[in-house]
Design a protein. Structure first.
Length: 491
């Protein structure tokens, strides 16, 4: 029995010694070191994660979306950084129903300026909150931007826009995200004391502003008022500009005299007027003639295939002139689409008057005097040779008068704005900004969630067709035959 106990004691001592020896081996030491390093690294990662979570979202979130939905333009950064007043953005959303894109964009605004505060309002908890700002039925994820006593409501349907204009022709609906434009212009609106005013002339069959033009003017924080020259003795003093949009009948001599006097006193006039089916706008055109510009009879037809779109020579792709209005569009290689235009010819002017052709057709263009009755796009006897201007700017250095004249009624129709991928709208709003002196006005494009139109000329379309249908297949055929012959020679 004692011998057994002694044996057990010896075994126990041997096991303890082996365990101590094992702990002192190199492998054990490395393992212990690895364990300690792992714990330290994990602790560092936890601390870094806590530290990063406290940083602004603009430092920690990266926009890898194809449309850059969470990125903002320099216009937005400028507005945010120049804020001197407190702005609150109320986000009307139910718990668990937050729109991720809007949430990330609001985080960007919140980080841009200490004067911007984003506050979430759950309509289940605050059911009457939004009714203080709008009578509309408030959609989930709508916004309210407020500063002092001024506010603007942004409906969710205005943030995500759907364009159904091509649905009945192509069966497609284009969607876009307009969050940045809506929020930034709302911020600029609520902190602005005096907004520019444009008066819309009425009484001559003027068309209603297209949705695209109306929305662009509103986003630029420009107010509009209607004006009939038959009911006033003079142009209102607060008029930053007068807009004459697609009239179908002429103004009276008295109205022409009033507008001429307005220009002589430094007024600002914007006219969009194309060729007429019947009556000529003699009195209206007399204002243009005061600056050495005449209108040509008929409709401009372009003879150069590179300068018209969709196979219709009257849907012009004019060349851009050299001007502050067109410079950015030129840099971006944008195409302006001008459908059904009247030719303008620039003549001699006074030394104090500067006339700039903003959009010009090629020397191969001509004006069809048959007008809307034309039955061929070929040049006929009596047709007037180009080139023509289809948009001009006028500036009188003596009086300070400024004028924009676009010789097309349809340029700002929603379809052509869409086909130009927004370039038509950019051109017109650049012209408006130049006219009213708002050169730093906000212009932020909505971000497409589907696609943008690629506007190309007819000749470019034909070249692409030839390449895809003939050149590329023939190249593959040639290389295939060459490879087959080479293999046979080797074998």
């Amino acid at each position: 029995m004692n011998k057994l106990k002694n044996t057990e004691k010896r075994n126990l001592k041997r096991n303890r010694k082996q365990s101590m020896d094992a702990l002192n081996t190199r492998t054990a030491k490395v393992g212990g070191y690895s364990f300690i390093v792992t714990v330290v690294v994990l602790a560092i990662l936890v601390l870094v994660n806590v530290a990063v979570s406290s940083l602004p979202s603009t430092w920690t979130q990266f926009d890898i979306s194809s449309a850059q939905l969470y990125s903002v333009t320099s216009s937005t950064k400028s507005v945010a950084q120049n804020l001197t007043e407190e702005v609150t953005i109320y986000w009307i959303t139910q718990e668990g129903e937050e729109d991720t894109v809007i949430e990330k964009l609001l985080n960007v605004y919140d980080a841009l300026s200490d004067n911007i505060t984003v506050e979430k309002k759950n309509p289940d908890i605050y059911p009457t909150f939004a009714s203080q700002y709008t009578d509309e039925t408030v959609e989930n994820n709508s916004l309210i931007v407020e500063s002092g006593d001024t506010y603007r409501y942004i409906a969710y349907s205005d943030i995500y826009e759907s364009d159904y204009s091509d649905y009945y022709t192509t069966g497609s609906v284009s969607s876009s995200f307009d969050g940045e434009s809506e929020i930034t212009t709302a911020i600029d609106y609520v902190v602005s004391e005096d907004l520019p005013v444009i008066y819309l002339l009425t009484g001559h069959g003027e068309a209603d502003l297209s949705d695209s033009l109306s929305e662009s003017i509103e986003k630029a924080n420009i107010e509009t008022e209607e004006l009939s020259l038959l009911t006033v003795d003079e142009i209102p003093e607060d008029a930053d500009a007068i807009l004459i949009y697609a009239p179908t009948s002429d103004i009276s001599e008295e109205e022409a005299d009033m507008l001429t006097e307005y220009m002589e006193e430094g007024g600002h006039l914007f006219v969009m007027s194309g060729p007429q089916e019947e009556d000529e706008l003699i009195n209206l055109h007399s204002i243009l003639e005061n600056y050495g510009i005449t209108t040509e009879e008929g409709i401009v037809v372009e003879g150069n295939r590179d300068n018209y779109a969709f196979g219709y020579p009257y849907v012009l792709l004019p060349e851009l002139g050299d001007s502050d209005i067109t410079s950015e569009l030129s840099e971006n290689n944008s195409y302006i689409i001008v459908p059904v235009a009247q030719g303008l010819t620039i003549g001699d002017t006074d030394d104090n008057v500067t006339v700039t052709s903003l959009l010009t057709t090629t020397s191969e263009s001509f004006s069809k005097i048959a007008g809307y009755s034309l039955d061929t796009y070929d040049k006929e006897d009596g047709d007037i040779d180009g080139a023509f201007s289809v948009a001009v700017s006028v500036e009188d250095s003596d009086s300070g008068a400024m004028m924009i004249w676009i010789s097309s009624d349809d340029m700002m129709e929603d379809t052509y704005v869409s086909y130009s991928s927004g370039a038509n709208s950019d051109f017109v709003m650049n012209a408006v900004s130049w006219l009213i002196g708002e050169t730093d006005s906000i212009s932020i494009r909505s971000k497409s969630l589907s696609y943008s139109y690629l506007t190309i000329s007819t000749s470019q379309a034909n070249i692409i067709k030839v390449c895809l249908i003939a050149v590329i297949p023939l190249c593959y055929l040639f290389f295939g035959i060459e490879d087959m012959v080479r293999r046979r020679k080797k074998s």
